[in-house]
Design a protein around this ligand. Structure first.
Ligand SMILES: *[C@@H]1O[C@H](CO)[C@@H](O)[C@H](O)[C@H]1NC(C)=O
Length: 316
């Protein structure tokens, strides 16, 4: 022990001894440049450094201020909502339907309504259908109600195809119906409307987005849009994600476009996003850069004349 201490002491000595000539050297240099001039240039340099680091901090924080993550993929959200002012046109229109007027316009994200198991079963149904078709661009849809399936630059009716007649089972349609009902009750609950006053409407469909280049207008999902303007019958839009952002695909976040900054929803398997379909929820989907992004759009209307029936094995 003592030995070690001694050595340490002698090391200290060596260090300080070594430092002495260095200090002398710098003193010699100081004699060449006047001290005041040296201090001024040091001060200028340090100021420049401080200003630049401030600018860098401001630049990056302001960049991050423009887009906020509303729902992170890695988080299991019991429920997270944001109330927004209803757009005037939405409010005026929806007020005609008693029992269907939302308590407030908003977005609401929850990972607790649909189970991962249910999402996986839906994903298997979606893939079974979509593998028979596929858009020549990046975005394909499968609508189990009408049978619409993307094919090249057009759509075909999957139920008219011989090879499609037996791919969907009664169980598939049951799962679809159960999930749809759960989502309907979730909408009714969270928006404060009557479940028997909202109706499933067209289009309700599976979507598959790949990183392929767009060919037709249907492939261009990344333009900001208002659902109510695209589909007149919509009053409540819901999206059920069937895959995970940054795991199954890259890019493809959902973005609410707001005044001060945009808010992203990162897809997570079985994550349900619900929002009023008016201008208060202007949104787009970022381009998918790799992998396949699967989701389901389930839409509801207050107007019974636009109600659609559940898909069923009997309708095939
Ligand atoms: C939000 O996204 C839209 C559409 O991409 C864009 O035009 C707008 O500048 C973004 N807003 C902010 C604050 O970055």
């Amino acid at each position: 022990m003592q030995d070690v201490r001694k050595r340490a002491k002698s090391n200290d000595k060596n260090v300080s001894e070594r430092n002495i000539p260095k200090n002398n050297e710098s003193n010699v240099n100081n004699n060449k440049i006047p001290t005041t001039q040296r201090n001024i240039s040091l001060r200028i340099i340090s100021r420049v450094v401080v200003i630049f680091s401030l600018l860098i901090v401001v630049y990056f924080s302001s960049k991050n201020d423009k887009v906020k993550t509303f729902a992170k993929q890695s988080e299991l959200l019991p429920g997270k909502g944001l109330v927004v002012d209803c757009s005037l046109s939405y409010k005026e229109e929806v007020e005609k339907y008693e029992g269907c007027v939302p308590k407030e316009c908003k977005r609401f994200i929850t990972d607790k309504v649909i189970s991962v198991r249910e999402a996986e079963e839906l994903l298997a149904i979606a893939k079974k259908g979509l593998q028979l078709g596929g858009s020549s661009g990046g975005a394909s849809i499968l609508d189990l109600h009408s049978g619409a399936l993307s094919m090249g630059q057009h759509f075909v009716n999957i139920y008219k195809r011989e090879d499609a007649k037996h791919i969907f089972s009664e169980t598939d349609f049951n799962i679809y119906r159960v999930v749809k009902e759960k989502i309907k009750y979730a909408v009714a609950h969270h928006f404060g409307v009557k479940p028997n006053k909202i109706y499933l409407t067209h289009p309700t469909f599976f979507s598959e987005i790949t990183s392929k280049k767009a060919v037709t207008m249907h492939d261009e999902y990344w333009h900001p849009h208002v659902d109510k303007e695209t589909y007149k019958s919509f009053h409540y839009t819901t999206l059920l994600y069937l895959g995970d952002y940054n795991i199954d695909f890259k890019g493809g976040r959902f973005v609410f476009v707001d005044e001060k900054f945009n808010r992203t929803v990162e897809p997570r398997k079985a994550r349900l996003s619900m929002f009023t379909s008016g201008r208060e929820n202007l949104h787009y989907v970022e381009k998918v850069t790799s992998g396949n992004r699967y989701a389901m759009t389930i839409s509801f209307t207050c107007d019974q004349q636009y109600a659609i029936q559940d898909p069923s094995i009997n309708n095939i």
